[in-house]
Design a protein around this ligand. Structure first.
Ligand SMILES: CC(=O)SCCNC(=O)CCNC(=O)[C@H](O)C(C)(C)COP(=O)(O)OP(=O)(O)OC[C@H]1O[C@@H](n2cnc3c(N)ncnc32)[C@H](O)[C@@H]1OP(=O)(O)O
Ligand SMILES: O=C([O-])CC(=O)C(=O)O
Length: 372
């Protein structure tokens, strides 16, 4: 047996959803740079699920369905109040709430294609409501109902703050959602596919994926980046802090990638947004510190920033609590998870690799009282 640690370089499936070739990321053949500049998140959802950009009536239909399905069952809202609200991480709350949502979906275990599409819409629509309702309830605030006249990005910010967001905030948030929507066979997407390849249901697949995204080597890195920026605190501290970490062989969060070598094409869009937003909020030091860190890590280790690095200062500039950064990643990435889950169902085969055993040889069972 040949063991490929971390399945690096292993091609585990075919997929027509997104591709990374020579450091270029495409969704269904559209370059991410093109989509980041021009597309709405709703268009991207449609693209990932149907492998084509929608015509106007299809887009209007999806927007309407999403807006109409955003509200949460009251049982889910009530459930939040039972959580140890002071200590629970919003990513854990999201994982639990998505699993709970499945209990209130009568079609949860119906496996027909049309039912799966209906569930995909419901789940995609409810993710922002879960994240924003939890964020408010833990502060003793009432959740805010979505507005059917706002787009997906604007609704998220509205449900979070209760205020209609500025156009620049909507533009930045929409771009972040577009950039995070899908990424070939990353760890959380693979997790979702492994789960549903047993013919388990969509809610199980997405719950599993949220668990995988939560870790700091994957989606959890964006929150960790902000923690690092706060720890560093000033521009003068950047150089000693980063050099010490590198000397100690510690990882700098938001850098490196399993697939990209020259760099993550999403980072430049977030870098630009970070520059723009931190200037607007009068806190340019977050951006300046970030670029200094990038200079050192790229120079010393030849490791470019990934999608998580500049998204941290972007979300911070939008006034978002730092522990909501990874749940926001999930609000976008669920579109990709759902596309991959639907694709897995279309042409399913159980995913079951092998392990090379390296434990002890054959042993004989010894009764408990005789064991030394
Ligand atoms: C949306 C996303 O999931 S993007 C990734 C988000 N995660 C992060 O930003 C966390 C920090 N980055 C990392 O931990 C890694 O780069 C990963 C997990 C993204 C990729 O990991 P792998 O492909 O397994 O690379 P691996 O960890 O083996 O790194 C290769 C070498 O680069 C070094 N390296 C990789 N990333 C970093 C980093 N962020 N800081 C410092 N050194 C690093 C490793 O120490 C290793 O060095 P060595 O060969 O001297 O031992
Ligand atoms: O592809 C990966 O390994 C991680 C990543 O960048 C993503 O999921 O967006």
């Amino acid at each position: 047996m040949t063991v490929t640690r971390g399945l690096e370089g292993v091609v585990a499936t075919t997929s027509s959803i997104s591709s990374i070739i020579d450091d270029t990321l495409t969704y269904v053949g559209y370059d991410i740079d093109d989509l980041a500049e021009n597309a709405s998140f709703e268009e991207v959802i449609y693209l990932l699920w149907h492998r084509k950009l929608p015509v106007q009536s299809e887009l209007d239909g999806l927007k309407k369905e999403l807006a109409q399905n955003m509200a949460l069952p009251k049982e889910v809202l009530e459930h939040f109040k039972m959580y140890p609200i002071e200590s629970v991480h919003p990513m854990a709350a999201l994982r639990t709430a998505v699993s709970l949502l499945g209990l209130y979906d009568e079609e949860a275990d119906v496996m027909e294609e049309e039912a799966n599409f209906r569930k995909a819409v419901r789940l995609q629509a409810k993710m922002p409501a879960i994240v924003t309702a939890f964020a408010r309830i833990r502060k003793g605030l009432e959740p805010i109902a979505p507005r059917e006249d706002l787009n997906f990005a604007a609704n998220f910010l509205y449900m979070l703050t209760g205020k209609e967001p500025e156009p620049i905030a909507i533009e930045a948030f929409n771009k972040a959602l577009v950039l995070h929507a899908d990424h070939e066979l990353n760890a959380s997407t693979f997790t979702a596919r492994v789960c549903v390849a047993t013919l388990s249901d969509i809610y199980s697949g997405v719950t599993a994926a949220i668990g995988a995204l939560k870790g700091p080597l994957h989606g959890g890195a964006n929150e960790a980046v902000m923690k690092m920026l706060k720890e560093i605190g000033t521009l003068e501290n950047v150089e000693p802090y980063v050099r010490k970490k590198l000397e100690n062989k510690e990882k700098i969060m938001g850098f490196g990638h399993r697939v990209y070598r020259k760099g993550d094409p999403r980072a430049k869009h977030l870098r630009l947004m970070s520059q723009k937003l931190t200037e607007l909020t009068g806190e340019p030091h977050w951006y300046q510190m970030s670029t200094q860190i990038e200079g050192i890590v790229t120079g010393e280790k030849n490791l470019p920033p990934n999608v998580d690095f500049y998204s941290a200062s972007v979300y911070h500039s939008l006034g978002i609590d730092h522990d909501l950064f990874t749940p926001i990643f999930a609000v976008s990435r669920v579109s990709g998870w759902l596309a991959h889950i639907l694709e897995q169902y279309e042409n399913n085969r159980l995913i079951r690799p092998r392990a090379e055993y390296n434990g002890p040889g054959m042993q004989k069972y010894v009764e408990v009282s005789l064991r030394g």
